[in-house]
Ligand binder design. Structure first.
Ligand code: MN
Length: 718
């Protein structure tokens, strides 16, 4: 078991005296809390937080992270409360420990829901303070190291979860060393058969390989010296999991795995990276398709290096990575390197670091997708992105996830280009916006200021960035529509109420509104939008509440005003709605109301007013929001319209019934546009008619007449 002093020894040069005091206090606190507890390995429980803190100190993380690492299990496994922690160590450390604990406490029955829930908790905890994940990763590493003491099914579950959740997160954050360790530790439990196969394959080859790689290393050292390139050279056998992954990926067998040796060259400058590469390529043949310049084209997690694979005189293949010391640190520690120095606040790091954009995207994604299954599916795509590289016409490289479309490319270049994309030229050919891109494509987007997004773009865009911008645009449009509609309703209302003129001033009105309604109102348009979306209903109750202190004028119009209004009126509206004018009225498609039958108005977000028949199932079953209903009636003086209605007629199946029906309808001036007759074995017939009529009375007359036909037993409006 490691001792606290071992950590202190390592830490003493990195931390101030005050820091050390906090760490000592945390150690004593944890020791007391876990007193008497034993791990399954038989060791005292305290050994676990000590190991975790040791790892965190090796990553040179700050005092707060280290202290929280020592305390990370006290909330979960002891009587200590969050309040105790806050009292003793302050809010920052207490919050961090609580964050770690929340991730641990996931109880959901289905494995899918459980996984989605853990990822959600991790992501939310990370957005609060990224250091939570550093502790959690270290915790995972030590738990995996002691996994052999757990029952077999638990072993597999924990290892699997590590590969599916923690490894991708470590990768996203660029924490290469943590990722590698988690992978190798989990591999053994997740696919133990393959693991031991790999071991038995690699071990015997190792000796031969080590001899060869030593030789190459020596040659490289000489070459670098000759050319005045300062370089440190490391030779290694690749990690088992990465060999295994390559085999699986390329679908090859053990005897076909030829490169499990790797060399890493660390130089002092970018210039020397390329110089070293030139020397390597001059001295050995290399595989052109395996060369990758990740310096000029870093991975999304900011990993940078040159990768090439050479063939030696003895026909051995060796992968060589060339990078600077700074790139090396980045590759090993990734984002956690920020916390080594206390220059910036965690918040500002979270804001600035490009590697955390996905984290925010994940939070958006979670808000958007309520079903755990959907969330998990999308999350896995975003968490383990296979990238493609495409080009602008000027040769600029654009990195996108596999599956991205032309539209995603457009939004990646700029949201304005995405929103106004008209068409695309991919590899000199006109190409639809939905086309999925592949590495090497050269894409030009043609835009037009008149072009606007369509709803179906949401099915064509893959990246959350594009989807966000498209949705945002539609929300804006809805707001504009709602606000125009709301303005009309409001203006009508204030005419009706004859508000005293001070209230016509926006500032006065806004002030009163802010006091009366529970919404934020940056401007008057925001208020109109609330009316238009039905969130504020301008009924008498509302108006009276708003202007309770005012003497509202008598709502009745004077005779003169009536005359003026009558003269000024445009063609008669079809429907009179208490709070709207006909320009924004639609007839509901679900019930297709007919002039004369009882109706009711319903304010729809973004669409104005929809008029339903009162018999409509949506109205009767109270599926619609009752707050948004407004009274409506058919205008008595309006011209007759022509309405479509569907009837179901049941009758005996005898010749001439259809003829009798059509005659009856025609005699009353109805117009049949469609008729469908079904006959049945029991001499019964069923006729579906679509007819055009003037109003509900007209329909009633027709129904009455049809019922007068002796073969007809039943008529119903459908
Ligand atoms: Mn733990």
């Amino acid at each position: 078991m490691i001792r606290f002093d071992d950590i202190l020894e390592k830490a003493s040069s990195l931390y101030s005296e005050k820091d050390i005091t906090t760490l000592k206090k945390a150690y004593v606190f944890a020791a007391r809390a876990h007193k008497g507890q034993i791990r399954r390995s038989g060791e005292p429980y305290l050994s676990h937080p000590l190991e975790v803190a040791m790892m965190l100190s090796e990553m040179k993380l700050d005092r707060v992270t280290l202290a929280a690492g020592l305390l990370h299990d006290v909330l979960e496994d002891t009587d200590v409360t969050a309040a105790d922690l806050k009292k003793n160590f302050g809010k920052e450390i207490a919050d961090l420990v609580e964050g770690v604990t929340k991730i641990t406490r996931v109880q959901d029955t289905s494995p899918e829901a459980r996984q989605a829930e853990s990822i959600r908790k991790i992501i939310l905890a990370m957005t609060d303070d990224l250091r939570v994940i550093f502790i959690k990763l270290a915790d995972r590493v030590h738990n995996l190291k002691t996994l052999k003491f757990l029952p077999e099914d638990k072993q597999k579950q924990i290892a699997q979860e590590t590969l599916e959740i923690y490894v991708p997160i470590a990768n996203r954050l660029g924490m290469g060393r943590m990722k590698a360790e988690l992978e190798d530790l989990s591999f053994r439990y997740v696919s133990s058969e393959e693991y031991f196969k790999m071991v038995s394959f690699v071990e015997p080859q190792k000796k031969k390989a080590e001899k060869e790689i030593k030789k190459i290393k020596k040659t490289l050292q000489d070459l670098m010296k000759e050319n005045n390139i300062s370089a440190e050279i490391f030779a290694r056998i690749k990690r088992l999991y990465s060999i295994y992954n390559k085999m699986k990926h390329q679908n090859i067998d053990f005897d076909q795995v030829y490169d499990f040796m790797a060399i890493r060259i660390i130089t002092d400058s970018v210039k020397n990276c390329y110089a070293a590469l030139g020397i390597i390529h001059q001295n050995w043949p290399h595989f052109p398709h395996r060369f990758r310049d990740l310096i000029s084209m870093p991975k999304p997690n900011l990993y940078q290096a040159l990768h090439t694979t050479i063939i030696t005189e003895n026909k051995q293949t060796i992968e060589i990575q060339v990078r600077t010391q700074a790139m090396h640190n980045m590759a090993e520690n990734g984002i956690s390197a920020h916390w080594k120095y206390k220059e910036k606040s965690p918040r500002s790091i979270m804001k600035e670091d490009a590697r955390l954009h996905w984290l925010r995207e994940m939070v958006e994604l979670y808000k958007e997708q309520k079903s755990p299954k959907e969330f998990l599916k999308n999350l896995k795509i975003h968490l383990i992105p296979e990238e493609i590289y495409v080009f602008t016409p000027k040769g600029k490289v654009v990195t996108l996830p596999t599956g991205a479309s032309v539209l995603d490319f457009a939004f990646k270049i700029h949201s304005e280009i995405g929103l106004h994309a008209k068409e695309a030229i991919v590899n000199s050919k006109k190409t639809p916006l939905k086309t999925i891109l592949k590495t090497g494509d050269i894409i030009e987007i043609l835009t037009s200021s008149e072009k606007q997004p369509r709803r179906d773009w949401l099915n064509k865009a893959f990246t959350s960035r594009a989807r966000y911008h498209i949705k945002h645009w539609f929300n804006q449009q809805d707001k504009i529509k709602n606000s125009a509609m709301g303005k009309k309703l409001w203006e009508k209302k204030i005419k009706e109420y004859k508000l005293p003129s001070p209230w016509l001033k926006k500032e006065n009105l806004l002030k009163r509104l802010s006091e009366e309604i529970p919404f934020r109102l940056p401007d008057i348009d925001a208020f109109y939008a609330l009316i238009g979306s039905g969130k504020v209903v301008l009924n008498n109750k509302f108006m009276e509440k708003l202007f309770q202190e005012e003497q509202l004028a008598d709502k009745k119009e004077t005779l003169l005003e009536k005359v003026v209004a009558k003269v000024a009126k445009r063609p008669k509206p079809l429907i009179e709605v208490k709070q709207a004018d006909e320009a924004i009225i639609n007839l509901a498609k679900c019930c297709a109301p007919i002039r004369g039958e009882p109706i009711i108005g319903y304010i729809t977000s973004g669409k104005g007013m929809t008029v339903h028949a009162q018999r409509c199932a949506l109205v009767k079953k109270e599926i619609l929001n009752p707050q948004r209903f407004v009274d409506a009636s058919w205008s008595s003086s309006s011209a007759e319209g022509s309405y479509q209605s569907k009837l179901l007629v049941k009758s005996q199946d005898s010749p001439g019934v259809l003829a009798k029906l059509t005659t009856a309808i025609a005699e009353l001036g109805g117009n049949i546009t469609k008729a469908q007759v079904d006959t049945f074995a029991d001499q019964k017939a069923q006729i579906k008619l679509t007819i055009i009529i003037r109003d509900i009375k007209h329909l009633e007359q027709i129904v009455k007449k049809i019922l007068g036909i002796k073969e007809v037993s039943f008529v119903e409006r459908v």
